[in-house]
Structure formats: C-alpha cells, structure tokens
Design a protein around this ligand. Sequence first.
Ligand code: KIV
Length: 277
Amino acid sequence: MAKKVTVTTLQQMKDAGEKITMLTAYDYSTAKLEDEAGVDTILVGDSLGNVMLGYENTIPVTVDNMITYGGSVVRGAKRALVVVDMPFMSYQASVYDAVVNAGRIMKETGCDAVKLEGGVKMAPVIDAITNASIPVIAHIGLTPQSINIFGGHKVQGKTEAAAKQLIEDAKAVEAAGASAIVIEGVPAPIAKLATQAVHIPTIGIGAGSDCDGQVLVYQDVLGMFTDFTPKFVKRYADCGTIMRAAFADYIKEVKEVSFPEEKHCYTIAEDVIEKLY
Ligand code: KIV
C-alpha cells in the first residue's frame, strides 16, 4: 500500500518543488475514488454547507456536521492526508473552545489535521491547537466564514494595504505553527509573494499557479454543482449531465417495467411457489 501522506510529506513536497494536490470530499465513496486516483490531501471543507446541505453559505455548519462527514472521508482515504474544517464559531470565541473543538474533530473523525480561517488574529488559536499536537492548516484571503464582514464573496488583497496584510497573515500563521496555508481568492502575484514569504506550503484556490499546490471543490471539478461557479473553477468532467441522464433512464425503465429484468431478480423453487397458491 502507498505510504500515508502526512504534514511532513507536504513540507518535503514543497522543498522538492513538487506541486501538492488537494480536493474536497464529504463522503466515503468519493474519498475512496479520490484516494485511488492519487490525490495528496483531501479536505472535508465546510463548503459542505453549500454542496451537501444546500445552505447559501458556510455559516450554519456545525461541528457535528463536520464530524459526520469527516469520519466517512477518513474511512475512505487510505493514503491521502485528511484535513477537516473547523466550522464558524467553533474557534473564534475563545482559545479554549478552539482547542476543545479541534480535539473533538480529530478524536471523533480520525483526521490528520484541522483547517481554520484567519491570519494574524488567529495566531494565538493556531499556536494553542498545534501545542495540543493537532496539525493546523490556516486559510487566508477570501475566507468564506467572513463574508458578512467582506460584504460577499469578494476577491481580497487588491489594495497595497490589503496585499501587505495578506503577506503578514501568511507569516503570522507560519510563526504560530501552521503546517500549510490555503490562500483563497487573491490576485495571483500577491499569492506568489505570500508563498515566497513563508517556508511552509501554500495551497491556492483562485490564487494563481505559483502556490505550492491547488485545491478545488470536487462537485465543481465534476460539474455537479451549478448554483454558482467561481471564475477560478475548471470543470474536468460533466458528471451532472451524465447523472441526470442516468436518473431519467432509470425513471423511464421503472415506469415502463423494463427494469428490473430477470437477471436482477432472486429465484425460488417452483414447488415452494405452488404451495403458496
Ligand atoms: O470549505 C472548503 O471547501 C474550503 C476550500 C474551498 C478551500 O475551504
């Protein structure tokens, strides 16, 4: 079996100049397929609020949601590093809450690391969680849990002050002990500067090709989620169309009784049947 990816492996990949791949997954079967395809890390993102639970944003997602989906992904992924998101208000109110919730997520899912949103302001939280021996991936730039402060899903780091802040955020989370940084929704040259400013790996989403790795939401990759499609998404397959057609075929065949066929049915000895009449 291929060797399990750890946060140390990610650092070695950055040091060797090898790009890191990350995809989201939220269930056992998808995690297994991604793992078999060879993805390095699987993120159980709180984007599950959008793509699995149908919320408008990630704000309503709970720790219990993350634990249910996170555990199923861990059971499906044998090689990939599994990172589980800490949802909104599971780490912002106090350092104590943050450590307790990170501990719950790790103990109850078996994940390899947690991810939380925020830079300089979250440094004490990252420090405390890593001191509890839980690896942390930081997430900076367009952090979806802050959309109510940003006024929507808006590209970050576009002014001189905002760009400097992003680089400070990257340095602060590294100093606090983060193992890697997700950089979302910032101009590519700023993500490049942030990547050059730290030693730990950066994983971009809508942040250009100079990050040390890339992450996408798998339903976007497969064309299964069309409520909104950010500019940075690349669709690698149109599974939405394939799924809709397969569901329609199934519905048609059940209605016209061409499914199930004999090969799908269990048999029983004729004499047993005769005794029933
Ligand atoms: O929740 C998520 O899926 C994420 C990625 C978009 C980075 O945080």
